[in-house]
Design a binder for this molecule. Structure first.
Ligand code: HEM
Length: 471
């Protein structure tokens, strides 16, 4: 009876004055859930064309207001009281990581991470990252003999290298066993592949088993005790474990929290490096320009080489514009009035959810970026070699032409580290290896549409490459 009443009340919802356009979809209760989950970018683009920069859709009994006016993201999301980010984060933690952290406070977590991923700590972390990456790319470690070609999929190649590098550097693990490292990576990939389905609770029985087994193996590998005895003063992870222990969190939960942190810190840089190299290999003029830039910096000391690279920076910005697709979600805990950048006022309803999806706007907005689906390596480059920051929509300057690291109050604290790791990987590969497509006419694989909403996109297939040590 109660369920019937709830269904009835939901079905009756109508648009009130000043509320965004309401689109409930045809299916009772479920609304647009299937289309939303299948390909969020396609669905939300369709809704944007139908309703404009703000609208409310129904999905699995929830009403979700989607805001796509990028010039007001900062202002709207700065209200952390009315727009709560913990509720939905808790739901996802439970579904994906089987983790309950009732006191988890994303605001506090970000502050803590910022402290550890900036300044002297960042310098130290980057230097450890470079050492680890070079160690992993050693010819004997990669089982490479002179002048012999080796084949791989570019996605696996990039993801495994950056995952292992990041795991060794951020988790402070000592590299003494390649086989264990590969095992952790492979379990992580099994888990990562199923992550969107875990989040949407659409895993079938077999997939559930795979996810459970991968999670359990990873929990075992990530036992916090392994940090005991060899303290790395003030490392971000040690500090995190300490924080959990101070909160009275049991060991089992601590392990599960480690997997959450493993995914947050290692789930995006590898896929991003894949798209960067994939775009370079399929756009020879971009590869030529990057190679020339690297060549020009060869006389610099290694620590200086990463600093002045406007061409590569534009390539990276352009790649992230095309592939960074995090969905920022908040629970509306009190009725709230918001203003779009054109001054229009809308009312958000308590109990609804608010979603901001920068991938659609600004990143793929045809009014901001010409031919937004095309990779143009110099899109973020002025003729004088400086960064291009001026982009306009209907004559008004857009605040940010791309939002890969999140909005102002929610910037990824690991972004400097991520950029440094991607750069180091690409520069080292281009310097040390001959790397080419197995099929010279191959194009970039399509995107796996189920990954919209979960950070950097992943390809539906892969790009076959071959590589050998540069003679
Ligand atoms: C959060 C993007 C790599 C550490 C975030 C957020 C975004 C993001 C958009 C905010 C999510 C939200 O508020 O809803 C990226 C991208 C990366 C990347 C595009 C790579 C290309 C990294 C790396 C690290 C890192 C390498 C650390 C080594 C974090 C942490 C958070 C975060 C600690 C906060 C998570 C929390 O709420 O507890 N990242 N990130 N990220 N990122 Fe990154």
């Amino acid at each position: 009876l109660l369920l019937g009443l709830v269904l009835f009340l939901y079905a009756r919802r109508t648009r009130r004055r000043n509320e965004p356009p309401l689109d409930k979809g045809m299916i009772p209760w479920l609304g647009h859930a299937l289309e939303f989950g299948k390909d969020a970018a396609k669905f939300l683009t369709r809704m944007k064309q139908k309703h404009g920069d703000i609208f409310t859709v129904r999905a699995a009994g929830k009403y979700i207001t989607v805001l796509l006016d990028s010039n007001c993201y900062d202002e709207v999301l700065s209200d952390v009281i009315t727009l709560d980010q913990t509720g939905y984060a808790q739901i996802l933690m439970k579904r994906i990581f089987s983790l309950n952290l009732p006191n988890h406070n994303p605001e506090y977590e970000k502050k803590r991470a910022e402290k550890h991923f900036q300044g002297p700590a960042l310098t130290q972390l980057c230097s450890s990252m470079q050492n680890n990456l070079h160690l992993l790319m050693d010819s004997s470690e990669m089982d490479l003999k002179k002048s012999e070609w080796k084949k791989d999929g570019l996605f696996n190649f990039c993801y495994s290298l950056l995952f292992k590098t990041g795991y060794l550097s951020v988790f402070g693990v000592e590299k003494n066993n390649s086989a264990t490292l590969t095992e952790v990576y492979e379990e992580f990939r099994r888990f990562d592949k199923l992550l969107p389905k875990l989040a949407r609770t659409t895993v079938n029985k077999a997939e559930k088993q795979i996810a459970n087994s991968a999670r359990e193996k990873l929990w075992k590998c990530l036992t916090p005790q392994c940090f005991d005895g060899k303290p790395k003063d003030q490392s971000w992870l040690e500090n995190y474990v300490q924080h959990l222990q101070d909160e009275g969190i049991d060991t089992e939960t601590q392990r599960r929290a480690m997997l959450l942190q493993l995914w947050v810190t290692q789930g995006n840089a590898g896929p991003a490096a894949f798209w960067v190299l994939g775009c370079l290999l399929t756009h020879p003029e971009a590869l030529r320009a990057v190679r020339e830039e690297i060549q020009g910096g060869k006389h610099l000391r290694p620590e200086e080489r990463q600093k002045n690279t406007p061409v590569f920076d534009s390539v990276l910005r352009e790649t992230l514009r095309l592939t960074a697709a995090a969905l920022i979600t908040r629970e509306v805990v009190q009725d709230k009035k918001i203003h779009l950048s054109n001054g229009q006022e809308y009312q958000l309803r308590r109990g609804d959810r608010l979603c901001v999806f920068p991938f659609i706007s600004p990143q793929m907005d045809p009014q901001i970026h010409q031919q937004p689906e095309m990779f143009q390596f110099d899109r973020f480059l002025n003729a004088d070699g400086t960064e291009r920051k001026d982009f306009f929509k209907e004559g008004v300057r857009v605040k940010y032409p791309s939002v890969p690291w999140g909005t102002k109050d929610n910037l990824c604290p690991g972004r400097h580290f991520a950029v440094s790791a991607i750069k180091e990987l690409v520069f080292t590969i281009l310097a040390r290896f001959d790397l080419e497509l197995c099929n010279k006419n191959a194009t970039l694989p399509l995107v796996d549409p189920s990954r919209y909403g979960f950070g950097i996109l992943q390809p539906a297939g892969d790009l076959e490459i071959r590589y050998r040590i540069r003679s």
